[in-house]
Design a protein around this ligand. Structure first.
Ligand code: MG
Length: 402
């Protein structure tokens, strides 16, 4: 069987690393055709040495000449934001893994959808800022999109496992609670960027780590889940679960619940989504073949360790403390307000997080800024990519001014 050709956008980040680990653990299944990165050239070089993609793209055009010097001459090196879009729409590519960080990922998300790819999406900001547009383009194209956010991939896994996929009462996504779950609220004013990115369960990039510390990440994921699963806000629950073993739960109309459990590790959700796409592309007859004899061999491997529930001991669940973590309610409100509200929230948050990481503002000011920007914003409908970009720019300037 021909390997499935893959474009990996954001290859040098932590999702890129986990995706490549899955590719490595399943030899012969995938061919990495294109990789993209931002500024980490040495990471890209190492990836090229191991996986020999035909195309390498760097968002920062300054890196092109340096990469050409060190890479084999048959590797095509491209630069600039347009090259990321090009990688997402290469005709030979069958699966795009979208792991660009932040709003910058929206263009390539749209490009992958418009060119009919199977899109494994890690860039939740695409859906937060451009949810309506992304979903309407998806309906018009033959593309398929699955999230490789662990919670959402878990929900998808539960739905596929249940086969019928109908009669869903509600879903729940879990949150570890981040590094400040047990920190007194009065101390949050003084936490440093280093403390905020030190996540107890997940090794992730700086932006998403800060989002986890404010719990903005969970709010963004609620918006993401709303678009992915077409559920109203009241049917999407958030549970704080410090052990990060249960990732997503689905309750059906008969009040039974299916949940996905695994050791906190991104390889499991990525492998599940890639396998789903792989079956569809190379084994259409077995796409829904759960319970078949060859199931064990067909399941994709990961290097994640087996879950030992006895060793784990207690699994705890609790509600989100909305007074201490107001970001979640802000996200719910912005989705209720509709139109440009979530795009503004996303942009203000990206800007505030970068100001916090740069030492310009306090930790608690991140959410205060997002709240001030969203409440001063006059909502407009968002129908085009250009409108989203304009609103995004406005919100970033407004956040900087505060
Ligand atoms: Mg997540």
């Amino acid at each position: 069987m021909e390997p499935v050709k893959l474009a990996l956008l954001g290859a040098s980040g932590s999702i890129g690393e986990s995706t490549l680990a899955v590719v490595r653990a399943n030899p012969g299944k995938f061919k990495v055709e294109a990789v993209t990165g931002n500024t980490n050239l040495s990471a890209l070089q190492k990836i090229v040495e191991e996986f020999s993609p035909r195309h390498v793209c760097v968002a920062d055009s300054n890196g092109v000449a340096a990469l050409r010097r060190v890479l084999p001459s048959d590797v095509h090196v491209h630069g600039g934001d347009d090259s990321i879009v090009m990688a997402a729409s290469l005709p030979e590519v069958e699966i795009v893994v979208g792991a660009v960080v932040g709003f910058a990922g929206l263009r390539s998300t749209l490009a992958a959808i418009d060119s009919g790819k199977r899109l494994a999406l890690a860039n939740k900001e695409s859906l937060v800022a451009g949810g309506e547009l992304v979903m309407s383009r998806l309906r018009k194209s033959r593309a398929r999109m699955l999230s490789i956010d662990s919670e959402h991939a878990s929900i998808h896994q539960c739905l596929v496992g249940y086969k019928s996929g109908v009669g869903i009462r509600k879903i729940a996504i879990t949150a570890s609670g981040g590094p400040f779950l047990h920190t007194d609220v009065s101390l949050l004013d003084h936490v440093t960027p280093a403390e905020a990115v030190r996540h107890p369960r997940w090794q992730m990039g700086a932006k998403i780590s800060v989002d986890s510390a404010t719990m903005m990440n969970k709010g963004l994921e609620v918006i993401e889940a709303h678009y992915l699963f077409g559920l109203p806000l009241q049917d999407i629950e958030v549970l704080v679960h410090p052990q990060s073993i249960v990732h997503g739960l689905v309750e059906f109309n008969d009040r039974s619940v299916i949940a996905a459990l695994y050791e906190a590790n991104m390889q499991s959700p990525i492998a599940f989504v890639l396998e789903d796409f792989y079956r569809e592309l190379r084994c259409p007859g077995c796409h829904d073949g759960f319970g078949e004899r060859e199931q064990r061999e067909r399941n994709f491997a990961t290097t994640n360790s087996s879950l030992d529930l006895i060793k784990k001991g207690r699994l705890e669940f609790m509600p989100v403390d909305a007074g201490k973590f107001p970001a979640l309610d802000l996200c719910r409100k912005s989705l209720q307000r509709g139109g440009s509200a979530a795009a503004v929230l996303n942009a203000a948050n990206e800007e505030a997080v970068s100001m916090f990481l740069g030492g310009e503002i306090r930790f608690t000011e991140i959410v205060q800024i997002v709240e001030a920007v969203t409440s001063s914003h006059q909502i407009v409908p968002l129908e085009t990519y250009e409108q989203i970009v304009a609103v995004d720019r406005w919100a970033r300037e407004a956040a900087r001014k505060i």
